[in-house]
Design a protein around this ligand. Sequence first.
Ligand SMILES: *[C@@H]1O[C@H](CO)[C@@H](O)[C@H](O)[C@H]1NC(C)=O
Ligand SMILES: *[C@@H]1O[C@H](CO)[C@@H](O)[C@H](O)[C@H]1NC(C)=O
Ligand SMILES: *[C@@H]1O[C@H](CO)[C@@H](O)[C@H](O)[C@H]1NC(C)=O
Ligand SMILES: *[C@@H]1O[C@H](CO)[C@@H](O)[C@H](O)[C@H]1NC(C)=O
Length: 422
Amino acid sequence: MVLLCTFSLPLLLTCLAGTFASEREQGRTSEETTPYGPSNVEISGVNTVTVEVPYSFQCSANCFPACTFTWTRGGLTTQGPELNLQLKEQVPPQVLICMAINPTTGKSVTVSKTVNVTSGPSNIKITGPDTLSSGVTSNFSCSADCSPSCSYTWTISSEAQSTSPTKYGQTISVTPDSWEIAEELICEAQDTVSLLYISTYVTPYVAHGPGSILITGASSVTVGDTYNFVCLVDCTPSCNFTWTFNGQIFNGDEIQLPIFHKGDTPMVGSKLVVTVDEYRHNEALTCEAKNVASGVTAVSTKILSVTDPLSVQPVSQDKPLAHQPFSLQCVGSQNPASILWLKNDLPVAVSTRVSLSPNNITMSFSPLLQSDGGLYQCIVSQGGAPIKGVGYQLNVNCEYAEINYIYTAIFAHHTPVFQERP
Ligand SMILES: *[C@@H]1O[C@H](CO)[C@@H](O)[C@H](O)[C@H]1NC(C)=O
Ligand SMILES: *[C@@H]1O[C@H](CO)[C@@H](O)[C@H](O)[C@H]1NC(C)=O
Ligand SMILES: *[C@@H]1O[C@H](CO)[C@@H](O)[C@H](O)[C@H]1NC(C)=O
Ligand SMILES: *[C@@H]1O[C@H](CO)[C@@H](O)[C@H](O)[C@H]1NC(C)=O
């Protein structure tokens, strides 16, 4: 501050101007060189840290000259305004201490910040059935490890419906529509504190059917002949078939029928080949289809009218009378290899009185006795399985003379005398 002034007026102004300028300059220089602070020392950064995630905290202060910073956390000390933190495991809340030091004055200010520690979300998983059934409600549950808790969000999409409303909550109920083939269920678990999230998904298959079920094939069958029946059903992913006919259970042969696709619903079928071996007039043929995934079943029944080409018939129109000759015939066979006769399901015993023709087609009683009454059947073998013909119930009538005699005896109040004929 050297004042070089003359006392001449014009120069005085010059001198004053120079002085003011000099004072201003001097003042600024004084501000720059006077140390101050630290003040307003602050830590910036998150309030909660998640295990495994890296974080950075900043310490700042008003300070001249620039402060130096020392961080302390749990006995560890680092230098510089920035603290990098990445925790390896879940620990109690952490106290972060920042000390700002003015390097010129040595004056220091210490501040601290407590950060909570959270972990997760991790280990997310969805539990629920592998397969859905159209129209049937299934529940799915999502779980994840979060500290202290997770919130769950679901997104459901299917091929037909790409977007669907988001659902909230740990468990959801899903009811697929008939046209859906598979659903995609996405679960997102978000840590309620850190707001970090994790997601996973499942794509359960939608089982359909069995819906409409139908047995194709003949409605009228003949004993001894072989028939093909097909049970058709729309069923995904697959159906198991069980056939029942004539009290017997068959598995059938599974067949794929792409030609029978109705709309988009795949049809599957089962083929049954049966030989009708017994005459029962009407016989129920049933096909049960069971969805291998959902276990849902459907049953179709076809009533078959069974005809038997073979039957036992009397040779003549005459009534079977005791003590008269009588003959039965096995009708309907063609080139039989053998014919066997049954009376009340037991082989007939031939004798001089009860005889068979050389080819066994005719059975003759000579004479007929009351004791011959019963159900007669013939079993014909003509190459394939033996066929049992429709039976004939033989009811032996009394001889006219004998009937007259009994009637007379009753109405005349006589004591009838019965005699065994020779
Ligand atoms: C830390 O957690 C406790 C208990 O959950 C809570 O009271 C506190 O506000 C949390 N502190 C911060 C900084 O989030
Ligand atoms: C599915 O969840 C609903 C309620 O959310 C419940 O009423 C139903 O019983 C559950 N069904 C099954 C199969 O668990
Ligand atoms: C379907 O049939 C197959 C083979 O016959 C069998 O192994 C399977 O257990 C059956 N499935 C069901 C659901 O009945
Ligand atoms: C005829 O019937 C008898 C007695 O039942 C039997 O032993 C025989 O083999 C039969 N013969 C033929 C050709 O059917």
